[in-house]
Design a protein around this ligand. Structure first.
Ligand code: ADP
Length: 190
């Protein structure tokens, strides 16, 4: 099973990615988590991305694409994966397609978590209190929403045209949404 999970910042992608990936026995791969771990460990990659992330901008495509390609080629991802937070640009979509077609692989479904826009900022501000992420302050949150709408939201139309999009209502409890995603994906790939 090769899946993407998409949605606006604060839609709950990361939380759901972990549960859904565990259900299918595949790794959840989050570019945001990979970058944050590198920032925390002070690696060279971390140094390259920390200011970009703190400002709520996207890490350059080539760099992001290289990180993802390396991660997808690891042994635990041989039989499938769920990508959370990638692709985010049209360029990244192309890079993923190239990576997959070189390996005679294909995406099975693209999950889109739909959440009321007015709830997103509230959720992110609450997460800021709990997790203390450097990019979860009100100004950066609004900027990330704008970047998402401009650069990433259009990808949903592209995947919809390709018949891969599975829209899921992302309002509710973590358990309800998780069950909804699994039911929707199972019905879609059946
Ligand atoms: P959220 O979806 O809440 O914004 P993520 O953890 O997915 O959080 O991403 C956090 C940050 O990591 C992004 O704002 C961006 O700076 C960087 N990032 C993550 N994934 C990508 C990507 N595919 N391309 C470019 N930058 C990315």
């Amino acid at each position: 099973m090769r899946l993407l999970i998409m949605g606006a910042p604060g839609a709950g992608k990361g939380t759901q990615a972990v549960g859904v990936a565990a259900h299918y026995g595949i790794p959840a791969i989050s570019t945001g988590d990979i970058f944050r771990a590198n920032v925390k460990e002070g690696t060279e990659l971390g140094e390259q991305v920390s200011a970009i992330m703190a400002a709520g901008n996207y890490v350059p495509d080539e760099l992001t694409e290289r990180i993802v390609a390396d991660r997808l080629d690891r042994a635990d991802a041989a039989d499938g994966w769920l990508l959370d937070g990638f692709p985010r640009t049209l360029h990244q979509v192309g890079a993923l397609e190239a990576h997959l077609s070189e390996r005679s692989q294909a995406l099975d479904a693209v999950i889109c978590l739909d959440v009321n826009p007015e709830d997103l900022v509230t959720r992110l501000l609450r997460r800021a209190e709990i997790e203390g992420r450097a990019d979860d302050n009100e100004e950066t949150i609004r900027h990330r929403m704008d970047v998402y709408l401009e650069s990433t939201r259009p990808l949903l139309d592209a995947y919809e045209k390709r018949g891969l999009l599975v829209r899921v209502d992302g309002n509710g409890t973590v358990e309800e949404i998780g069950a909804r995603i699994i039911a929707a994906v199972d019905a879609f790939v059946a």
